[in-house]
Structures are given as structure tokens and as C-alpha cells.
Design a protein around this ligand. Sequence first.
Ligand code: GLA
Length: 402
Amino acid sequence: MKSPADDGFHSPSLIEQVADAKRRHDEVFGGPAQWVAAAPGRVNLIGEHTDYNAGFVFPLAIERYTVIVGGRPTAVVAEDRVRVHSTLLNEAAAFALNRLESDRKDWTSYLRGVMAGCVERGMAPGPLNLLVDSKVPLGGGLSSSAALEVATATLIEAVTGHTLDPVEKARLCQKAEHVYAGMPCGIMDQFSSALGAAGNLLLIDCRSETAELVPLDDPNVAVLVINSNVKHELTGSEYSERRGQCEQAAKLLGVAALRDVASSQLEAERGRLDPLLYRRARHVVSEIERTLGAARALKAGEWPLVGELMYASHASLRDDYEVSCPELDVLVEQAHEVGPAGGVIGARMTGGGFGGCIVALVRSGREQAIAEQIGEAYQKRTGIKATAFVTKPARGAHIVER
Ligand code: GLA
């Protein structure tokens, strides 16, 4: 299910992707493309499982986009008919705008959920033929679903001429994920895809839903993403279980969210939590502190400290929050072994966990060599082939053509 570009070390250009997707649209539907929207995936540098605790996250949008090309049907069709074709899955589907809800949970859930949110807001797009082309690896923890949701909302903006406030758009997409895909996610992924800014990380305060742009402009530092290419099928239930444990811990500590607890306070009130809830809370509370610390260190160019905080984040996710897996641990261990001498500043798992990717900050010029070195050791230890790419912080969702 991978297109060759998914294995490329360097990112495919959005211009080429769009040209190709338009051609495919016209081939599949036999009619002219009229609108094009793009939305990126994201990688989270630090701040994991903190968004639904009203805390801070520190992601960047990546140079891997989901592109949607839309056109009107050439033949006369019902006013509410939407046909979609996915190049990645090589699958076609159709649904009606006045019957978007369905028990079916598949890739169209994301499109249907977002369209329901748009229709609710008076943005009914009318009959459409949509071609979906994604370069965000599926199941890699890089928010391929958020990219699909935000690209859908952006395409509907292009079609209707109605612009959503970007934060409102992120919320609409998050709701689609909750209700239509059944995944009780936080706001990070949709926010990053909708509000990503070229050259910048986003320090998102998930309580106020506001973001500070933090430039990643040191020419000596690059972002390397390594995919373990494993996905353990636990994510759905484990994610909501963790969320529930955090809510329970917050309640027992008498606060609205774990954001409201400092490490010192957690230690003082440790007796109120059973050992498991205590460890879950300790991860969240310390991760929020690490995230703010990493943002400060990054702004000051204190790279060794940023690296240290990334490794500490990984250890906390592995030991206290228990959302890592052996393959991710091996990748991070190997990155640590390459170390500063080999050009690795820091590394950690990124995204929900149980597989997917690690993110590493590395010295520019060393990216490919580091990826190869880690990949070889990983294959030796696990028998699995990793894939890797470098990315700069990318521009968020936008209308490419209208
Ligand atoms: C998934 C969710 C996000 C966030 C991360 C963990 O990606 O969609 O909202 O909770 O996991 O940080």
C-alpha cells in the first residue's frame, strides 16, 4: 500500500504531487479538476499524551501532504452525491451529503465526518468528484488521518468560498475523528496540520488552543524521522484507557486537568493515587515541564539540553506511560549510541505510540549516514527494515487552486 515516494529520503515536491493528482483526477472521473487543497502530516518533537490533559505540545508540520483534487461531475447527478477515489488504497467509494453517518468505519469516515461538520456550518459543497492522494505514511504516527480531515475541510472551503478560522477548522476535524472514526484524540494533530508554518515549530497551549511559532532556523540542525514500520494493533483501546486514567488522576488530585499539577505537588500528594495512576500522572506532569523546557532550550540554541529532554521523554513514555514498544525502544537506543559524536542530538518516539516513528534531531549533513547506521542496527536486532526521511517544518493546510 506504499507509493514509491513513501520510501524516499527526501520529500516529494508538493508541486509535482499536485500535478500528478490532477492528472489522476481527470483520468478517474473523466472531468476537469477545479479545486485543489493540501494539508500536511506532523511530527511531534516533544510533549506526548499531554494535549488531552490541557498541556503543551511542540510539533511541526512535515513536508508530506495529503492532496485532494475536486471537480463537479460531468453527468447530471443528485445534488448531494460525493464520489471519492484514493490513490494510496486504489479504492473508490461514494456517499450522500444528507446521509453522512454510517456504522462503517473506514477511510471515508474522515471525509464524511468533516463534511458533516461543514454542512452543519452551512458549507454544503454540492455534488463532487474527489481524488485523494497522500504522501503521509499510513499508521506511522504522523497524523495521516488529521491530514486527510484537514485537507477535506480545506477543499470544502475552496468549493464554497467560505473560510473557517483555522482553530475552528482544527476543532471541526477533531470532532470528525471523535464521532466518525471513534478515536478520542486531543487537538494536536489537527491543529498542527491546520496551523503549521514553514520554518517553525508550534508550541501549542492545548488549554487556550493558541500557539507560539518557534523558528527552527539553525542551519546545523535537521529533523530526521525514522519509521519502525511496525504497528501494534492496540492503539484504539489503549489510547482511551490512558485518557481515562488521566481524568481519574486529575479528579483524585482535585484539579480540572493534569496540566494544573506541578511535579512537586504530585510528589506531595502521591498518596492519593494508586501506583499505576501515579505513574501515568507522573509522565504527563513531567512531560509538560519537559516540553516547556525544550522550547526554552531550543530558542536558546542549547541543543544538548534539548536532546537530553527528548531521551527523558522517551523513557517516561516507555516506563511510566507504557505506550512505547520494543521496536521503538531499539531505534531510540541506536540513536543514543550514535550520539553527539556521530551527529545525533536527541531522539524519542513520536505520536500515540505502540509502533510508528521516532523523531531525531541531528546535525545537518549527517542525516543519511545516521539513518543508515540506525537502520542497519535496527534490522540486525529486529529483522525489520526501517524507512527514514528528513523534513523541514512545513506550511500548514492551504488551498492550492480554486
Ligand atoms: C495521537 C492523538 C493526539 C495526541 C497523541 C499523543 O496522535 O491524535 O491527539 O494525543 O496521540 O501525544
